[in-house]
Design a protein around this ligand. Sequence first.
Ligand code: GLV
Ligand code: MN
Ligand code: MN
Ligand code: MN
Length: 409
Amino acid sequence: MSQFDYLATHSDCSRPGVTRLVFSERDVEARAVLKDWMRQAGLTVREDVMGNTFGRWEGSDSGAGTVMTGSHSDTVVLGGPYDGALGVVGGIAAVNTLRKLGFKPAKSIEAIMFTTEEASRFSIPCLGSQGMTGFLEPEVLDTFKDENGTSFLEAANAVGFSAKTAQEYADKALLKNPGDIAAFVELHIEQGPALEAEGKDIGIVEAIMAPSLVRIKFTGKGGHGGGMPMSYRNDPSLAASELALRIEEAALATGAPETVATVGLWDQQPNIYNAVPRSVLLDIDIRDSDKARRDGVIKKTLDAAEEIAEKRKCGHTKELKFEYPVANCDEKVLTAIQNAADLVGAKSKRMISRAYHDSAFMAQIAPTAMIFVPSKNGLSHHPDEHTAPEDLARGVQVLALTLAQLAGP
Ligand code: GLV
Ligand code: MN
Ligand code: MN
Ligand code: MN
């Protein structure tokens, strides 16, 4: 608990929130702390070109492959102390515990910290794990900018990562021997209400929903908020409002609780009380456990944007910024987690992850599954994110016992 508290002090907001965007000063500090904790746990630390960081414990059988565990160290703006941090701090703790108990793994074990799982700075998630697994389109490292117009490439260079081009980052981050990964396991808070509501201790994640980001911009003439009569206006904020309601309707119309759509970012210019806005940019998060169903909502969103822009005589642009597949987890890893949960007497359930994770990409190249622990009131990406200490500890125990089974004596 003191490690989580200490990590949370490396933040650009006051507690209880945590704000640690990738390659900010606070993130660079947190990376140093986590590398230190890896070394103190007896692990050999290496870092790749994008800042993905690996703490390695060599197994007795050098040809048997590697069992990996980990998560991310960055947070959203005004996030909490456990999203990502649990899987990194808990991963190191699980490995450290096995070492202290005298466990001798046949396979090597690595605790990982991935670079920027959150899309908060560059509007695109999981850059580190995408790079490792070959999903990264290099140009996003140049073309996706933060709110100050800085790209990943520039931000990475500024904190000492030395690749000169986006292509060089992508080429060097790609894992050279993906076949060497015997399994990947990620410990994470649920970030939703199911475990708490059902009185379960551990979620065993068998699939991760397919996320996507649609960006729509409406434009209009603007004008004075008093001077301009209603009949003269083509107000893009009204087009955006109408679209938001249409998106809700499209998500509800599937009838599936797994379909979710959120108009999470509104950037209105100008944003003052007495001017008619001239532009509104929307970033829309659309996800589902069924890719075809999700794609249906994306299509309705794009079609509605066009129709509304025409009706309201606004300009508009639309862009599908990213869309990723559903990730299916591996039965062997799921069984190991189930055994571990049973061993500690945890009440467990199989479930899907509604949030995305680095596991979504690792699952495309290696046998993967996730361990969830409850989130109080289902909250995450929120300053009040909380998980009880005994739930955090149980998650680490289940992770340690899972790694032990997968790495073998
Ligand atoms: C990851 O944080 C997500 O938005 O699912
Ligand atoms: Mn998150
Ligand atoms: Mn996370
Ligand atoms: Mn996530």
